[in-house]
Design a protein around this ligand. Structure first.
Ligand SMILES: Cc1ncc(COP(=O)(O)O)c(C=O)c1O
Length: 414
Protein backbone atom coordinates (compact mmCIF):
# COMPACT_ATOMS: atom_id res chain seq x y z
CA UNK A 1 0.00 0.00 0.00
CA UNK A 2 1.11 3.58 -0.72
CA UNK A 3 2.78 4.72 2.53
CA UNK A 4 1.17 8.16 2.49
CA UNK A 5 -2.32 6.59 2.47
CA UNK A 6 -1.55 4.09 5.20
CA UNK A 7 -3.90 4.16 8.20
CA UNK A 8 -2.39 4.19 11.73
CA UNK A 9 -3.28 0.51 12.06
CA UNK A 10 -2.90 -1.56 8.93
CA UNK A 11 -4.17 -5.15 8.90
CA UNK A 12 -3.25 -7.81 6.32
CA UNK A 13 -4.90 -11.21 6.44
CA UNK A 14 -2.48 -14.07 5.91
CA UNK A 15 -3.73 -15.83 2.78
CA UNK A 16 -1.14 -18.57 3.14
CA UNK A 17 -2.31 -19.75 6.55
CA UNK A 18 -2.97 -23.45 6.43
CA UNK A 19 -5.74 -24.30 8.90
CA UNK A 20 -5.15 -28.03 8.53
CA UNK A 21 -1.45 -27.85 9.15
CA UNK A 22 0.23 -28.72 12.40
CA UNK A 23 3.66 -28.61 10.75
CA UNK A 24 6.51 -27.21 12.76
CA UNK A 25 10.20 -27.78 12.10
CA UNK A 26 11.90 -30.48 14.16
CA UNK A 27 13.93 -27.90 16.07
CA UNK A 28 10.73 -26.59 17.69
CA UNK A 29 9.19 -29.81 18.96
CA UNK A 30 7.95 -30.05 22.55
CA UNK A 31 10.98 -32.22 23.33
CA UNK A 32 13.37 -29.46 22.25
CA UNK A 33 11.49 -26.97 24.44
CA UNK A 34 11.87 -29.30 27.42
CA UNK A 35 15.66 -29.26 26.94
CA UNK A 36 15.74 -25.48 26.67
CA UNK A 37 13.56 -25.04 29.73
CA UNK A 38 15.59 -27.51 31.78
CA UNK A 39 18.75 -25.62 30.86
CA UNK A 40 17.24 -22.26 31.88
CA UNK A 41 15.99 -23.79 35.12
CA UNK A 42 19.55 -24.82 35.89
CA UNK A 43 20.72 -21.19 35.70
CA UNK A 44 21.29 -19.46 39.03
CA UNK A 45 18.40 -17.14 39.87
CA UNK A 46 16.05 -18.68 37.33
CA UNK A 47 12.40 -17.85 37.97
CA UNK A 48 9.53 -17.81 35.52
CA UNK A 49 8.52 -14.24 34.73
CA UNK A 50 5.01 -13.31 35.90
CA UNK A 51 1.95 -13.71 33.73
CA UNK A 52 -0.11 -10.72 34.82
CA UNK A 53 -3.90 -10.62 34.48
CA UNK A 54 -5.50 -7.25 33.89
CA UNK A 55 -9.22 -7.77 34.60
CA UNK A 56 -10.12 -4.09 34.94
CA UNK A 57 -8.48 -3.29 31.60
CA UNK A 58 -10.29 -6.25 30.02
CA UNK A 59 -13.65 -4.92 31.30
CA UNK A 60 -12.91 -1.44 30.07
CA UNK A 61 -11.88 -2.66 26.61
CA UNK A 62 -14.76 -5.13 26.33
CA UNK A 63 -12.75 -8.36 26.08
CA UNK A 64 -12.87 -11.42 28.34
CA UNK A 65 -9.29 -11.35 29.62
CA UNK A 66 -6.03 -9.52 29.00
CA UNK A 67 -2.91 -11.43 30.06
CA UNK A 68 0.58 -9.98 29.84
CA UNK A 69 3.80 -11.93 30.23
CA UNK A 70 6.14 -9.46 31.93
CA UNK A 71 9.68 -10.01 30.61
CA UNK A 72 11.07 -6.98 32.42
CA UNK A 73 11.62 -9.46 35.24
CA UNK A 74 13.86 -11.86 33.26
CA UNK A 75 17.10 -12.46 35.20
CA UNK A 76 17.21 -8.76 36.12
CA UNK A 77 18.01 -7.97 32.49
CA UNK A 78 14.79 -6.17 31.60
CA UNK A 79 14.12 -8.20 28.42
CA UNK A 80 13.44 -11.74 27.20
CA UNK A 81 16.42 -11.92 24.84
CA UNK A 82 18.80 -13.71 27.22
CA UNK A 83 16.71 -16.87 26.90
CA UNK A 84 17.91 -17.22 23.31
CA UNK A 85 21.54 -16.14 23.71
CA UNK A 86 22.22 -18.24 26.82
CA UNK A 87 20.76 -21.41 25.35
CA UNK A 88 22.51 -21.03 21.98
CA UNK A 89 25.87 -20.35 23.64
CA UNK A 90 25.44 -23.31 25.98
CA UNK A 91 24.57 -25.59 23.08
CA UNK A 92 27.62 -24.39 21.21
CA UNK A 93 29.82 -25.28 24.20
CA UNK A 94 28.10 -28.67 24.52
CA UNK A 95 28.88 -29.40 20.88
CA UNK A 96 32.49 -28.46 21.45
CA UNK A 97 32.55 -30.99 24.29
CA UNK A 98 30.81 -33.61 22.16
CA UNK A 99 27.93 -33.76 24.65
CA UNK A 100 24.20 -33.44 24.16
CA UNK A 101 22.24 -30.73 25.97
CA UNK A 102 20.34 -33.40 27.89
CA UNK A 103 23.53 -34.35 29.69
CA UNK A 104 24.48 -30.77 30.45
CA UNK A 105 23.49 -28.35 33.17
CA UNK A 106 24.62 -24.79 33.48
CA UNK A 107 26.67 -25.65 36.55
CA UNK A 108 28.51 -28.44 34.73
CA UNK A 109 29.29 -26.17 31.78
CA UNK A 110 30.89 -23.62 34.10
CA UNK A 111 32.92 -26.13 36.07
CA UNK A 112 36.71 -25.91 35.97
CA UNK A 113 36.94 -29.38 34.48
CA UNK A 114 34.71 -28.42 31.53
CA UNK A 115 36.46 -25.10 31.10
CA UNK A 116 39.79 -26.88 30.86
CA UNK A 117 38.35 -29.11 28.18
CA UNK A 118 36.57 -26.37 26.22
CA UNK A 119 39.27 -23.72 26.50
CA UNK A 120 38.52 -20.02 26.18
CA UNK A 121 35.75 -19.03 23.80
CA UNK A 122 34.95 -15.52 22.62
CA UNK A 123 31.41 -14.93 21.39
CA UNK A 124 30.88 -11.97 19.09
CA UNK A 125 27.71 -10.24 17.98
CA UNK A 126 26.51 -7.07 16.29
CA UNK A 127 23.49 -5.36 17.76
CA UNK A 128 22.16 -2.05 18.96
CA UNK A 129 19.60 -3.69 21.17
CA UNK A 130 18.87 -6.10 23.96
CA UNK A 131 20.62 -9.03 22.27
CA UNK A 132 24.08 -7.53 22.94
CA UNK A 133 23.41 -7.27 26.65
CA UNK A 134 22.06 -10.82 26.61
CA UNK A 135 25.20 -12.20 24.91
CA UNK A 136 27.39 -10.26 27.35
CA UNK A 137 25.49 -11.59 30.37
CA UNK A 138 25.43 -15.18 29.12
CA UNK A 139 29.17 -15.14 28.30
CA UNK A 140 29.95 -13.96 31.81
CA UNK A 141 27.61 -16.53 33.37
CA UNK A 142 29.30 -19.28 31.32
CA UNK A 143 32.73 -17.90 32.31
CA UNK A 144 33.59 -17.08 28.70
CA UNK A 145 34.17 -13.83 26.77
CA UNK A 146 32.02 -11.59 24.57
CA UNK A 147 32.63 -8.77 22.13
CA UNK A 148 29.72 -6.65 20.95
CA UNK A 149 29.82 -4.26 17.98
CA UNK A 150 27.25 -1.49 17.99
CA UNK A 151 26.35 0.78 15.10
CA UNK A 152 27.12 4.49 15.14
CA UNK A 153 24.64 6.47 17.22
CA UNK A 154 23.84 3.65 19.68
CA UNK A 155 22.50 4.95 23.00
CA UNK A 156 25.28 5.42 25.59
CA UNK A 157 23.09 3.76 28.19
CA UNK A 158 22.95 0.56 26.13
CA UNK A 159 26.72 0.57 25.56
CA UNK A 160 27.26 1.01 29.30
CA UNK A 161 24.83 -1.83 30.11
CA UNK A 162 26.79 -4.20 27.81
CA UNK A 163 30.10 -3.23 29.41
CA UNK A 164 28.61 -3.61 32.89
CA UNK A 165 27.57 -7.12 31.90
CA UNK A 166 31.26 -7.86 31.36
CA UNK A 167 31.72 -7.67 27.57
CA UNK A 168 33.84 -5.49 25.35
CA UNK A 169 31.52 -3.07 23.54
CA UNK A 170 32.67 -1.10 20.49
CA UNK A 171 30.60 1.55 18.77
CA UNK A 172 31.75 1.54 15.15
CA UNK A 173 31.66 4.32 12.62
CA UNK A 174 29.12 2.51 10.48
CA UNK A 175 25.57 1.15 10.41
CA UNK A 176 24.13 -2.15 11.65
CA UNK A 177 25.02 -4.10 8.49
CA UNK A 178 28.62 -2.94 8.74
CA UNK A 179 28.68 -4.05 12.39
CA UNK A 180 27.46 -7.52 11.31
CA UNK A 181 30.18 -7.72 8.63
CA UNK A 182 32.82 -6.62 11.13
CA UNK A 183 31.75 -9.26 13.65
CA UNK A 184 31.96 -11.96 10.95
CA UNK A 185 35.37 -10.74 9.82
CA UNK A 186 36.70 -10.62 13.39
CA UNK A 187 35.30 -14.09 14.04
CA UNK A 188 37.18 -15.43 11.01
CA UNK A 189 40.41 -13.66 11.86
CA UNK A 190 40.47 -14.46 15.57
CA UNK A 191 38.58 -17.73 15.81
CA UNK A 192 35.63 -16.18 17.64
CA UNK A 193 32.07 -17.50 17.44
CA UNK A 194 29.31 -15.34 15.93
CA UNK A 195 26.01 -15.33 17.87
CA UNK A 196 23.38 -13.50 15.80
CA UNK A 197 19.64 -13.65 16.47
CA UNK A 198 18.65 -14.10 12.85
CA UNK A 199 19.49 -16.62 10.14
CA UNK A 200 20.89 -16.25 6.63
CA UNK A 201 22.18 -18.63 4.00
CA UNK A 202 24.87 -20.77 5.60
CA UNK A 203 24.14 -19.47 9.11
CA UNK A 204 21.20 -21.31 10.62
CA UNK A 205 22.28 -23.50 13.55
CA UNK A 206 22.79 -20.79 16.17
CA UNK A 207 19.56 -18.95 15.20
CA UNK A 208 17.56 -22.18 15.60
CA UNK A 209 19.08 -22.64 19.08
CA UNK A 210 18.16 -19.05 19.88
CA UNK A 211 14.57 -19.73 18.84
CA UNK A 212 14.54 -22.86 20.99
CA UNK A 213 15.68 -20.71 23.90
CA UNK A 214 12.75 -18.34 23.38
CA UNK A 215 10.30 -21.25 23.67
CA UNK A 216 10.94 -21.31 27.42
CA UNK A 217 8.98 -18.04 27.62
CA UNK A 218 6.11 -19.61 25.64
CA UNK A 219 6.12 -22.77 27.74
CA UNK A 220 6.03 -20.78 30.97
CA UNK A 221 3.16 -18.65 29.64
CA UNK A 222 1.08 -21.65 28.60
CA UNK A 223 1.58 -23.36 31.96
CA UNK A 224 0.71 -20.20 33.88
CA UNK A 225 -2.29 -19.56 31.69
CA UNK A 226 -3.72 -23.04 32.11
CA UNK A 227 -3.62 -22.53 35.89
CA UNK A 228 -5.42 -19.20 35.54
CA UNK A 229 -8.26 -19.79 33.11
CA UNK A 230 -10.74 -22.62 32.59
CA UNK A 231 -10.33 -22.85 28.83
CA UNK A 232 -6.57 -23.28 29.46
CA UNK A 233 -5.64 -21.38 26.35
CA UNK A 234 -5.99 -17.97 24.79
CA UNK A 235 -8.27 -17.11 21.89
CA UNK A 236 -5.75 -14.53 20.65
CA UNK A 237 -1.96 -14.45 20.61
CA UNK A 238 -0.53 -10.95 20.03
CA UNK A 239 3.16 -11.25 19.05
CA UNK A 240 5.41 -8.41 17.98
CA UNK A 241 8.12 -9.03 15.38
CA UNK A 242 11.50 -7.67 14.46
CA UNK A 243 13.14 -10.45 12.44
CA UNK A 244 10.31 -12.74 13.65
CA UNK A 245 12.36 -15.27 15.67
CA UNK A 246 10.50 -14.60 18.91
CA UNK A 247 7.03 -14.68 17.33
CA UNK A 248 7.81 -17.85 15.36
CA UNK A 249 9.23 -19.59 18.43
CA UNK A 250 6.17 -18.78 20.55
CA UNK A 251 3.71 -19.66 17.80
CA UNK A 252 5.67 -22.80 16.92
CA UNK A 253 5.57 -23.91 20.54
CA UNK A 254 1.85 -23.27 20.66
CA UNK A 255 1.23 -25.34 17.51
CA UNK A 256 3.48 -28.11 18.84
CA UNK A 257 1.79 -28.41 22.21
CA UNK A 258 -1.84 -27.24 22.07
CA UNK A 259 -4.61 -29.71 21.43
CA UNK A 260 -6.96 -26.97 20.32
CA UNK A 261 -5.35 -24.93 17.57
CA UNK A 262 -8.26 -22.53 17.41
CA UNK A 263 -6.33 -19.41 18.32
CA UNK A 264 -6.05 -16.24 16.27
CA UNK A 265 -2.44 -15.12 15.98
CA UNK A 266 -1.65 -11.50 15.20
CA UNK A 267 1.91 -10.51 14.28
CA UNK A 268 2.63 -6.84 14.98
CA UNK A 269 5.28 -4.52 13.55
CA UNK A 270 6.07 -0.82 13.33
CA UNK A 271 5.06 0.75 10.00
CA UNK A 272 8.62 1.71 9.15
CA UNK A 273 10.01 -1.84 9.56
CA UNK A 274 7.06 -3.89 8.35
CA UNK A 275 8.88 -6.72 6.59
CA UNK A 276 6.30 -9.33 7.66
CA UNK A 277 3.38 -7.23 6.41
CA UNK A 278 5.19 -6.71 3.09
CA UNK A 279 5.96 -10.42 2.81
CA UNK A 280 2.29 -11.28 3.48
CA UNK A 281 1.15 -8.76 0.87
CA UNK A 282 3.53 -10.13 -1.75
CA UNK A 283 2.04 -13.54 -0.99
CA UNK A 284 4.63 -15.52 -2.95
CA UNK A 285 5.85 -17.57 -0.01
CA UNK A 286 9.15 -15.72 0.21
CA UNK A 287 10.28 -13.23 2.85
CA UNK A 288 10.55 -9.63 1.63
CA UNK A 289 12.59 -6.82 3.13
CA UNK A 290 11.43 -3.42 4.31
CA UNK A 291 13.86 -0.86 2.93
CA UNK A 292 14.76 2.76 3.60
CA UNK A 293 14.69 4.48 6.97
CA UNK A 294 13.69 1.96 9.61
CA UNK A 295 13.19 4.74 12.16
CA UNK A 296 10.75 3.87 14.94
CA UNK A 297 10.64 4.19 18.72
CA UNK A 298 10.32 0.37 18.73
CA UNK A 299 14.10 -0.18 18.49
CA UNK A 300 13.87 -3.95 19.05
CA UNK A 301 11.48 -4.27 16.12
CA UNK A 302 13.41 -2.04 13.72
CA UNK A 303 14.49 -4.90 11.46
CA UNK A 304 14.32 -4.73 7.69
CA UNK A 305 14.74 -8.41 6.86
CA UNK A 306 12.74 -11.33 8.22
CA UNK A 307 14.55 -14.35 9.57
CA UNK A 308 13.75 -16.81 6.72
CA UNK A 309 13.33 -19.68 9.20
CA UNK A 310 10.84 -17.65 11.23
CA UNK A 311 8.97 -16.56 8.13
CA UNK A 312 8.39 -20.23 7.18
CA UNK A 313 6.52 -20.76 10.44
CA UNK A 314 4.67 -17.45 10.49
CA UNK A 315 3.32 -17.77 6.97
CA UNK A 316 2.02 -21.25 7.73
CA UNK A 317 0.32 -20.47 11.05
CA UNK A 318 -0.21 -16.74 11.68
CA UNK A 319 -3.65 -15.29 10.93
CA UNK A 320 -2.94 -11.58 10.55
CA UNK A 321 0.01 -9.28 10.06
CA UNK A 322 -0.50 -5.79 11.41
CA UNK A 323 1.72 -2.75 11.22
CA UNK A 324 1.10 0.37 13.25
CA UNK A 325 2.21 3.91 13.96
CA UNK A 326 4.61 4.52 16.84
CA UNK A 327 1.99 6.21 19.02
CA UNK A 328 0.13 2.87 19.27
CA UNK A 329 3.15 1.45 21.16
CA UNK A 330 3.56 4.64 23.22
CA UNK A 331 -0.10 4.42 24.25
CA UNK A 332 0.41 0.78 25.20
CA UNK A 333 3.28 1.85 27.49
CA UNK A 334 1.04 4.46 29.11
CA UNK A 335 -1.88 2.04 29.53
CA UNK A 336 0.40 -0.47 31.28
CA UNK A 337 2.14 2.16 33.41
CA UNK A 338 -1.09 3.75 34.69
CA UNK A 339 -3.51 0.86 35.04
CA UNK A 340 -7.27 0.80 35.47
CA UNK A 341 -8.92 -0.11 38.80
CA UNK A 342 -6.91 -2.55 40.89
CA UNK A 343 -4.83 -3.87 37.99
CA UNK A 344 -1.09 -3.86 38.70
CA UNK A 345 1.20 -1.53 36.80
CA UNK A 346 3.70 -2.99 34.33
CA UNK A 347 6.87 -1.22 33.19
CA UNK A 348 6.85 -1.95 29.48
CA UNK A 349 9.20 -0.48 26.89
CA UNK A 350 8.48 0.58 23.32
CA UNK A 351 8.92 -2.87 21.74
CA UNK A 352 7.18 -4.57 24.65
CA UNK A 353 3.96 -2.58 24.81
CA UNK A 354 2.83 -2.54 21.20
CA UNK A 355 0.53 -5.57 21.64
CA UNK A 356 -1.44 -3.96 24.46
CA UNK A 357 -1.38 -0.64 22.57
CA UNK A 358 -2.87 -2.33 19.52
CA UNK A 359 -5.55 -4.09 21.55
CA UNK A 360 -6.48 -0.85 23.35
CA UNK A 361 -6.75 1.06 20.07
CA UNK A 362 -8.81 -1.61 18.31
CA UNK A 363 -11.25 -2.02 21.21
CA UNK A 364 -11.68 1.59 22.26
CA UNK A 365 -11.96 3.45 18.96
CA UNK A 366 -15.06 3.22 16.84
CA UNK A 367 -13.04 3.79 13.65
CA UNK A 368 -11.53 0.34 14.13
CA UNK A 369 -14.81 -1.59 14.41
CA UNK A 370 -14.15 -3.37 11.10
CA UNK A 371 -10.64 -4.48 12.09
CA UNK A 372 -11.96 -5.55 15.50
CA UNK A 373 -14.49 -7.80 13.80
CA UNK A 374 -11.95 -9.05 11.29
CA UNK A 375 -9.70 -10.19 14.16
CA UNK A 376 -12.71 -11.69 15.99
CA UNK A 377 -12.14 -9.60 19.11
CA UNK A 378 -15.15 -9.46 21.46
CA UNK A 379 -16.25 -9.95 25.08
CA UNK A 380 -15.21 -13.62 24.97
CA UNK A 381 -11.67 -13.00 23.80
CA UNK A 382 -8.75 -14.05 25.96
CA UNK A 383 -5.80 -12.07 24.67
CA UNK A 384 -2.23 -13.07 25.51
CA UNK A 385 0.41 -10.37 25.00
CA UNK A 386 4.15 -10.48 25.63
CA UNK A 387 5.73 -7.42 27.17
CA UNK A 388 9.16 -8.40 25.92
CA UNK A 389 11.08 -5.57 27.59
CA UNK A 390 10.89 -3.11 30.44
CA UNK A 391 12.39 0.38 30.36
CA UNK A 392 15.54 -0.65 28.49
CA UNK A 393 15.99 2.97 27.36
CA UNK A 394 15.08 4.96 30.49
CA UNK A 395 15.29 8.37 28.80
CA UNK A 396 12.78 7.43 26.14
CA UNK A 397 10.60 5.66 28.71
CA UNK A 398 10.39 8.79 30.85
CA UNK A 399 9.79 11.08 27.93
CA UNK A 400 6.90 8.90 26.81
CA UNK A 401 5.35 8.25 30.24
CA UNK A 402 6.20 11.44 32.13
CA UNK A 403 6.19 13.99 29.35
CA UNK A 404 3.61 12.29 27.16
CA UNK A 405 5.62 12.46 23.93
CA UNK A 406 4.58 10.42 20.89
CA UNK A 407 0.87 11.11 20.93
CA UNK A 408 -1.48 10.45 18.06
CA UNK A 409 -1.74 14.12 17.07
CA UNK A 410 2.02 14.58 16.70
CA UNK A 411 3.11 11.16 15.43
CA UNK A 412 4.66 11.33 11.98
CA UNK A 413 5.17 7.57 11.59
CA UNK A 414 1.61 6.74 10.51
C1 LIG B 1 12.18 -6.10 23.38
C2 LIG B 1 12.08 -6.86 22.11
N1 LIG B 1 10.89 -7.32 21.73
C3 LIG B 1 10.74 -8.02 20.59
C4 LIG B 1 11.82 -8.25 19.76
C5 LIG B 1 11.58 -8.97 18.47
O1 LIG B 1 12.22 -10.18 18.36
P1 LIG B 1 12.58 -10.77 16.93
O2 LIG B 1 13.64 -9.90 16.32
O3 LIG B 1 13.01 -12.14 17.20
O4 LIG B 1 11.33 -10.69 16.11
C6 LIG B 1 13.09 -7.78 20.12
C7 LIG B 1 14.27 -8.04 19.29
O5 LIG B 1 15.37 -7.66 19.57
C8 LIG B 1 13.23 -7.05 21.33
O6 LIG B 1 14.42 -6.55 21.73
Amino acid sequence: MDKSKRPPIYVVKNKRKNNESSYIPTYLTAKETRFAKAFHQSLTNYEPTPLVTLPALARELGVGQVLVKDESKRFGLNAFKVLGASYAMARFLCEKLGKSTEEMTFEALCSQEMRDRIGEVTFVTATDGNHGRAVAWAAKALRQHAVVYLPKGSAQQRVAAIREAGAQAHVIDGNYDEAVRLSEQMAKERGWQVVQDTAWEGYTTIPTWIMQGYTTMAAEAMEQLSALIDSKQPTHLFLQAGVGSMAAAVLGHFVATSANKNVTTVIIEPHSANCMVLSAEENDGRPHAATGELGTIMAGLACGEPNPLAWEILQEHADFFVSCADYVAANGMRVLAAPTGDDPSIVSGESGAVGVGLLAALMSKQIYHRQREQLGLNENSIVLCFSTEGDTDRDIYRRIIWEGVCREAEDMTR
